[in-house]
Structure formats: structure tokens, C-alpha cells
Design a binder for this molecule. Structure first.
Ligand code: GLC
Length: 445
């Protein structure tokens, strides 16, 4: 199985689609954003004297639930280095879609209650176009931040209309977890997974063979994209045409239906998000699981986990076209209406810079977006995968979701159609055809 070649193929298609999406969107919002940036620089940050005057200031940093100690440690280290800036954490829902909707409510009312926030990689285009974000190029240039030291895909995710709206904080790619005390060789393909999961379920006190995210929410899209890409399908092609109604996608959805309908997954797998996966996993309830790299940190957390030392990560099982990971990750952004843009930028610079990213990696198991950190021995210690050059390729070649300011609509359509299929209320063919028609319609509006 030539998974590397397949990954490069996906990357190419995905990058071309990404560039096409950026191009087709530029121009439509130029006027509005030009205004934004001049107002932002002269009005907002011009009046800000915090950094220079050392006057004490408190900024609010919003982010989704962090089950690892990383956020706390990040804030502590930042405050130590910046005694005049206090950071108050505001916890947002763990479900990225719910967080998204709360941010939209807050930012659309031009509220300044949040200064810095973590943005899912799928948001910057939308938030930039909606004028929720402060453009960051002026700070990046002034402070000499070299964007070339980051993985290019993660930088691109924060850019829209030729400007930078978000700094890459950490990247994510779907990975496969297995129990080293139960499994000899992790499965290479989805079919081998099905075989091993049914066979090994019940060993060492496990209840389930496999855990995945199949609830109707954003995480379902990332799981589905992995199946679809591993079968050689895609949601959009290089010209941003919707191509989801293909035999490949149909086969991929059928494989998901088979897994979700099997008796080696939890009965309520259709309610499983990352949190449910993590809880069942660290309780020692499953042989295999799909999640993001952070779950390695939870697995080895002596206070919470029953499986310390018994967990390894590998690539996701492959379909006929190889193994594919969905691209995830989180960026740092500044609310355009923040009253403390200078202090906010100091914090963004810290959490997206080498010191902050190292804390996220070591304390939270989050894969850095700064290339050099993969050579850091402490980062490599988090997991043997971080030291593995092939894993860096998995991260860099992960398959992005369609890039569009209307992404939430595209995601909603996919969530509904896929859920209906997984619940057995429509066939894979119907799901693929409905996604095709509805996404095409949404994109044409
Ligand atoms: C992870 C990813 C994010 C994705 C989410 C889905 O947090 O980093 O990109 O949207 O999972 O649940």
C-alpha cells in the first residue's frame, strides 16, 4: 500500500482547492476589509499603551475545554514573563460547532468581552470576512515574526484575502490509538481493523473494540473525510467543484455504516465526540480509538488514566487509496473590538511562538506548527510519533476540509446527511447525492 503517494495526491488536490477558494473570494470583500484594517491600526492599537507604559491590564482568553494542564501552564508562563498583563481564561464548549456559534453571537454584537481566542482552522476565512478579527500583519512585520518557520499549510489556514488573521498555535491530524498490552500489530486497513476489533474486544477488561466520533457535529466531518479520502473520494476538487457524489464516497460511507453498525463500537457511538472517546479510552474500555494527538497526553496522565504506558499511536487504517488524516488544529486570533490589542498580541505571540508551543506539546500533547520544535528532545519525549519523520509528513499532508467563508453551512449539510445514513435512515448513495445537490446549491448562493 503506497500511503505516502496517496497522501501527496490528497495534499495536492487539497492545496489547489484551497488556493482556488482564496482566489475566488478575494475581491468580494476588499472594500470592507480595507476599512477594517486602517481603523484597527490607527484607532484601536494606536491608542493602546499597555506594553510601553507597563500599566497593568487584564485580557480575556477564550478557548474550548482543555482536559490537559496545557492552558493553565501557558497562562502561568506568560504572566511570569509579562507581569503587567493578567490573563483571564474563559472556557468555551468542547464542541467546536457550539463554540463557533457563541463566538458569532459575541462578535456580531461588537462586544469587547473577549480579547484573544482560539479559532478552529475552519474559521479564519469566515471570521475575517465577517470583520470579527483583527488583522495581524502589522504586528508580525513589526516584531519580525518569520512565518516560514511554520508548516506552510497552518499559516495558509490563517490567511484570507492576502492578509493574516490568525497565528497557528497547534496542528491536528486524525490518528489511531491502540493498546500495546492487547495488540500485537495495529491494523493497516479498515477491514483489518474490523477483524481485529471484533476479535480483541473484551480482552484486558475492555468493553469495546473501537471508538470514533460519530455524533452529529463537526468531528463527524473529520472522521468522514478520513474515510472518503482513504477511498480516493473528495468533497471538492481542485477547481472548487463539488465532487462528493462519487462511487468512492459511497463506498467510504458504506464502510462507516458497517463500523458504526457493528457490535464492537459502543451502542451509543452516534453520540460520541472527542470527550466521550477520551473518557472511555482512559478508563481502559477500548482496544482501538480514533482521536487527535492530544489523547496521548491524557492516556499517560497518572491521575486520570487507567492505561498509562499501554498506549501507542499510529496512522489511521487505510482504504484502497491509502491512509488519510483530516487536518485540524487551532489558531490564535484577536477580537477586532478588543480594547487591549497590544497586550492581546503579546499573548498571541507567546502562545504561537516557540515557548508557548513547547508548553502545548509537552503539557498537552499538541503537535507544534513550528517545524524546529520536532527536533526538541522534550517534545520528542511526549510520544515516539513526534520524533518520527513519517508522522511529520502525516501532519503536513493531512486533508483539509473545504475552505470557504460559508464552511459552517457546508458542514451542517454534511452532518445531517451523514448522520441520517449512519442511523440507517438513508443509503450511502442517497447521502452522497444529497450532499452533492445541497452543497452545490449553498455554494451558488
Ligand atoms: C479538533 C480539531 C478541529 C476540529 C475538531 C472537530 O479540535 O483540531 O480542527 O474541527 O477537532 O471536533
Amino acid at each position: 500500500m503506497n500511503w505516502k503517494k496517496a497522501m501527496w495526491g490528497f495534499l495536492l488536490i487539497a492545496m489547489i482547492a484551497f488556493l482556488a477558494a482564496c482566489n475566488s473570494e478575494s475581491g468580494t470583500t476588499e472594500g470592507g476589509e480595507g476599512d477594517t484594517s486602517s481603523e484597527g491600526s490607527s484607532g484601536e492599537s494606536g491608542g493602546e499603551e499597555t506594553a510601553a507604559s507597563e500599566e497593568e491590564v487584564t485580557i480575556v482568553y477564550a478557548r474550548g475545554t482543555d482536559t490537559t494542564p496545557a492552558t493553565e501552564e501557558l497562562i502561568k508562563a506568560f504572566e511570569e514573563a509579562h507581569p503587567n498583563i493578567n490573563v483571564e481564561e474563559r472556557e468555551m464548549p468542547a464542541d467546536t460547532g457550539e463554540s463557533h456559534d457563541q463566538y458569532v453571537t459575541i462578535f456580531s454584537s461588537q462586544s469587547s468581552e473577549i480579547d484573544v481566542f482560539n479559532a478552529d482552522v475552519i474559521w479564519p476565512a469566515e471570521f475575517a470576512q465577517a470583520n470579527y478579527a483583527l488583522e495581524l500583519d502589522r504586528f508580525i512585520e513589526r516584531d519580525g515574526i518569520d512565518l516560514e518557520t511554520y508548516f506552510p499549510g497552518t499559516v495558509a489556514a490563517g490567511q484570507f484575502n492576502g492578509r493574516t488573521w490568525a497565528m497557528p498555535q497547534y496542528t491536528d491530524a486524525g490518528v489511531f490509538y491502540y493498546r500495546t498490552d492487547i495488540v500485537e500489530e495495529p491494523p493497516e486497513t479498515w477491514d483489518e481493523l474490523i477483524e481485529q476489533a471484533s476479535e480483541l474486544q473484551g480482552e484486558a477488561g475492555t468493553e469495546h473494540g473501537y471508538l470514533m466520533q460519530a455524533a452529529q457535529y463537526e468531528g463527524l466531518i473529520t472522521n468522514a473525510i478520513e474515510f472518503i479520502a482513504s477511498y480516493g473520494g473528495a468533497v471538492v476538487d481542485e477547481d472548487n467543484n463539488v465532487v462528493v457524489d462519487s462511487p468512492e464516497t459511497v463506498q467510504a460511507i458504506e464502510k462507516m455504516q458497517e463500523i458504526v453498525g457493528s457490535d464492537f463500537v459502543p451502542e451509543n457511538v452516534l453520540n460520541f465526540m472527542e470527550i466521550e472517546t477520551e473518557n472511555a479510552w482512559i478508563e481502559g474500555n477500548a482496544v482501538f480509538a480514533r482521536n487527535w494527538p492530544y489523547m496521548m497526553s491524557s492516556s499517560n496522565d497518572e491521575e486520570r488514566s487507567e492505561v498509562v504506558g499501554n498506549v501507542a499511536m499510529s496512522r489511521l487504517p487505510a482504504g484502497p487509496e491509502g491512509s488519510a488524516s483530516a487536518l485540524g488544529g487551532w489558531m490564535s486570533m484577536i477580537n477586532r473590538y478588543s480594547e487591549h490589542p497590544e497586550a492581546a498580541w503579546e499573548f498571541v505571540k507567546f502562545i504561537s511562538g516557540p515557548e508557548g508551543q513547547k508548553i502545548s506539546a509537552v503539557e498537552g500533547g499538541r503537535p507544534p506548527t513550528l517545524k524546529a520544535l520536532y527536533d526538541d528532545p522534550e517534545v520528542q519525549e511526549v510520544s515516539s510519533l513526534f520524533a518520527d519523520p513519517e508522522f511529520r509528513e502525516v501532519l503536513q499532508n493531512a486533508v483539509p476540509r473545504p475552505v470557504s467563508p460559508i464552511y459552517p453551512e457546508v458542514s451542517d449539510i454534511m452532518q445531517i446527511e451523514l448522520s441520517t445514513a449512519l442511523a440507517g435512515d438513508q443509503t450511502a448513495e442517497e447521502a452522497a447525492a444529497n450532499m452533492q445537490a445541497k452543497i452545490e446549491e449553498a455554494m451558488a448562493e
